[in-house]
Design a protein around this ligand. Structure first.
Ligand code: NAG
Ligand code: NAG
Ligand code: NAG
Ligand code: NAG
Ligand code: NAG
Length: 424
């Protein structure tokens, strides 16, 4: 048991609060690192799946009531939090939804300089790629009925000491992973932070693990865009079928995700006709092709598989699980050709707030028998038509209204994530 999050350090809290803090124990479980990268790497080599050759052209509960209730001491623990007693008491009465709010201008942002962060990929560093207006860097998410603690890198680094943080999903997950690393690197000597296999970030890479040596934790990313297992086609399948997605099996690499302290999923951006049917990819359940199955039914089936996997494999006493909902995109036409990045966020959101992908994720998370925190970023991201990569990527000829500039919106997802993990 090595954890600086020892409950005794909260001795100043009232006994009732202490009781609630027991939930914080999830962070102090034993850390059993016993998995081989070698095996894993050879596994990766073996898997050459058509689904993963598709180049992305254009190319997240309510928190546990217990944790919510524990913010009483927010003012003492973090002096940076605005003291508005009514807001805090809303937290206490359990009515605060941190995802309901608005963006406000805050001159203290951004939290880091991407050009000084070796783990921020060039494609997301909009400033370095020629973006001139800087207003987009200055927004902070302000929940309606509560405050989220200001990002204090020293507090967070200490909280993560000895932990294993695992992101699983598509490139939007990679963005959040990069964002988290860059946020945390502002608190350490950059020489003490390294990718465990010496790998560079690429779009197709299946595993990246960044170690913070002085705090003995890793922040890892597993690329699994569908979460379920792609596979080869059986003989005698119709000609148009080039590859299948086994909706009843979680990705082969999922065993690598189990032994983690914080596990963050996303999926959704690949569940489209262009990335599935147009690529000759069809669905399979129990060894049988489901040629007529719609993408939305398939996604719900995949999420049910994810749900039973989490229920059977994840130890809720050890691992805190999150699922991020669909990250809003801002294409102005369905064909993904028109991408106009604005200078200001939208003042109102309408249609973009709803997403069938997010609805399916919300249903899956609400129906799971162990605590999973929903990072419902869909509405908050929907305001941010000003924060996409646009033409300021590593390939300006392919406009991008899906991915986000770094620093930017994904930093706020991480601030929300940390707010759920802080023990007060
Ligand atoms: C808090 O709520 C009370 C009653 O609801 C109200 O009278 C008071 O003005 C509020 N205080 C602040 C700081 O909003
Ligand atoms: C970020 O860092 C780079 C390289 O050190 C520097 O040239 C640039 O001015 C910095 N940008 C900001 C906004 O501070
Ligand atoms: C690093 O963290 C792991 C997992 O919590 C722990 O087993 C190990 O003893 C720690 N190492 C050091 C040097 O603190
Ligand atoms: C989690 O902790 C509870 C209470 O300490 C215990 O009853 C339960 O068996 C534990 N679950 C697992 C999967 O270890
Ligand atoms: C919820 O889970 C149960 C089994 O755990 C399942 O039978 C049911 O269909 C699920 N409902 C939804 C809406 O997914």
């Amino acid at each position: 048991m090595v954890s600086k999050l020892d409950l005794s350090s909260f001795g100043h809290l009232k006994p009732s609060v202490m009781k609630l803090l027991n939930l914080g124990k999830f962070l102090s479980g034993n850390y059993n690192k016993s998995w081989g990268f070698q095996t894993f790497n050879s596994l990766l080599l073996g898997v050459s799946l058509i689904c993963f050759f598709i180049v992305i052209g254009s190319s997240y509960f309510y928190m546990s009531p217990a944790v919510e209730t524990v913010v009483e001491n927010i003012g003492n623990v973090n002096a940076n939090v605005n003291s508005n007693s009514n807001k805090s008491s809303d937290f206490l009465s359990n009515s605060c939804n941190v995802f309901d709010g608005k963006w406000v201008v805050d001159e203290s942002y951004p939290l880091y300089n991407a050009s000084q962060c070796p783990f921020s990929e060039r494609g997301f560093n909009c400033l370095a790629n020629g973006r001139r207006d800087k207003g987009y860097l200055k927004w902070r998410w302000n929940p309606k009925n509560c405050d989220i603690p200001r990002f204090d890198v020293n507090v967070i680094l200490e909280m993560l000491r000895g932990k294993r943080i695992v992101f699983v999903g598509d490139s939007l997950s990679r963005t959040q992973w990069e964002s988290m690393i860059c946020m945390l690197m502002t608190g350490v000597d950059s020489k003490s932070v390294y990718e465990v296999n010496g790998n560079q970030i690429t779009k197709q890479i299946r595993y990246l693990g960044v170690r913070f040596r002085s705090f003995n934790f890793t922040v890892e990313f597993y690329r699994s865009v569908f979460l379920v297992q792609p596979g080869p086609v059986r003989r005698r399948a119709p000609k148009r079928v080039k590859t299948v997605l086994k909706l009843d099996q979680l990705d082969d690499i999922s065993k690598e995700w189990i032994d983690s302290d914080i596990l963050i999923f996303n999926s959704g951006h690949w569940w489209t006709t262009t990335k599935i049917f147009d690529m000759g990819c069809y669905f399979q359940i129990g060894g049988r092709m489901k040629l007529g199955m719609s993408i939305s039914n398939a996604f719900r089936t995949a999420l049910a598989t994810w749900r039973s996997w989490v229920e059977s494999e994840v130890n809720p006493n050890r691992t805190r699980v999150f699922f991020r909902t669909f990250e809003s995109t801002h294409w102005s036409s369905g064909a993904r050709q028109n991408c106009k990045v604005t200078k200001q966020p939208l003042s109102k959101i309408s249609r973009r707030q709803k997403s069938s992908i997010s609805d399916a994720i919300i249903d899956a998370v609400n129906n799971i028998s162990i605590p999973v925190t929903l990072l419902h970023v869909t509405p908050m991201s929907a305001f941010r038509s000003d924060a996409h990569v646009g033409a300021w990527s590593d390939n300006p000829s392919v406009p991008d209204c899906s991915h986000w500039c770094l620093p930017g919106v994904p930093d706020m997802w991480n601030e929300l994530l940390f707010s759920f993990l802080l023990p007060y």
